[in-house]
Design a protein around this ligand. Structure first.
Ligand code: KG4
Length: 337
């Protein structure tokens, strides 16, 4: 029996969630619009916005859950990786609350939380994966293939050597003149375009690691050459460009996943992270798994981007193993799982 408050502040979303006895009671997210005009997250502005948002977001999560502070069993929070200034806000808040209420504090790794997001139950009967499973974690900062052996034991077997899949979406969208973050805009445009209209370079690197920088350059050259001949090239081809870009990103993701499946023979594959909200990615993974008789775990869209529900469930799983953090733990900006 536990009632865990989760707090997430690793990048530009301030979020708080309550999980009671393993079931989600609330998940409140305040996304920061201030970064849109800069075409990317400005760390200093993100920390300031977290500072403004954190108290109202936590209060709202508690209100929606119908839980009072003195009913909480423990506080789980994202310790890292992420933007240090942003992490400091959530970390300090979580520590202060845990000390004030005299309850345990549980630090959670943001990437592990994404990989465990499939354990968030909205009703007690919701199905969850069985350990071990393979997770394709694709977000704005990471592209990894992870073997999830338990709630606390994970092995990264492939990762990006340059950009993450989300960065590939966002940076290519930016050069097309689309707002930040570009991933959802590419997703929408791609639905109306021809994925075979343009061909962009695919990387050829050994092992299970990803690379997206060559694709980005190839995309940029296509735009540059097209614009040299026709100033309206982007406007006239935006749906085809988006569909062809999305297809290239999916091809790159699946090629390494297929390699990983041949090595590790997983019976279940889960996807997580912001890019797992992409319609093309979701369909492709579902088909990939179906063809190979692998069970696919595709998260609800609300659990793909940064959210505290995944932090609360990862914290619950650690709490169930009697884990408790030292109050002196500092946040970290970079780490593996
Ligand atoms: O996991 P996440 O919220 O946080 C970070 O890693 O920062 O992922 C954000 C990323 C962004 O790159 C965004 O463009 C991408 O997820 N994203 C999408 C979609 N929704 C969010 N990419 C493609 N299609 C989408 N529908």
């Amino acid at each position: 029996m536990s009632i865990i408050l989760g707090i997430e502040s690793s990048c530009d979303d301030t979020s708080a969630a309550v999980i009671a006895d393993g079931v989600l009671k609330s998940n409140v997210i305040a996304s920061q619009k201030v970064h849109e005009m800069y075409g990317g997250v400005v760390p200093e502005l993100a920390s300031r916005a977290h500072q403004q948002n954190i108290l109202p977001v936590v209060s709202e999560a508690m209100r929606q859950a119908g839980i009072s502070k003195d009913q909480l069993t423990a506080i789980a929070y994202t310790r890292g990786p992420g933007l240090l200034g942003s992490l400091l806000v959530g970390t300090s808040f979580a520590k202060g609350l845990a000390i004030g209420l005299n309850i345990p504090l549980i630090d959670v790794n943001h990437l592990a939380a994404h990989a465990l997001s499939h354990f968030v139950k909205e009703t007690p009967d919701d199905e969850v994966p069985e350990f071990p499973y393979m997770c394709l974690l694709i977000s704005g900062g990471n592209s990894q293939i992870i073997l999830v052996k338990s709630a606390t034991e994970m092995e990264i077997v492939g990762k990006t050597i340059d950009d993450a899949a989300g960065e590939a979406f966002d940076k290519c969208a930016k050069v097309m003149g689309l707002p930040y973050p570009g991933g959802p805009h590419i997703d929408r445009l791609a639905a109306e375009g021809n994925p075979d209209a343009f061909h962009f370079a695919r990387p050829n690197i050994p092992g299970l690691d990803y690379s997206f920088s060559g694709l980005k350059t190839s995309f940029l050259y296509t735009l540059r050459n097209g614009l040299a001949e026709n100033p309206d090239f982007i406007e006239e081809n935006k749906a085809d460009l988006a569909a062809s870009l999305q297809k290239a990103i999916i091809d790159i993701l699946l090629k390494k996943l297929e390699k990983a499946v041949k090595i590790y023979h997983p019976r279940q594959i889960a996807i997580g992270g912001g890019v797992s909200a992409n319609s093309g990615v979701r369909n492709a993974i579902a088909q990939f798994c179906k063809k190979r008789h692998i069970q696919a775990w595709i998260p609800k869209r609300s659990f793909t981007t940064d959210n505290a529900a995944m932090v609360a469930i990862a914290g619950t799983m650690r709490f169930d193993e009697n884990y408790k953090s030292d109050l002196g733990l500092p946040p970290y900006s970079k780490t593996t799982i």
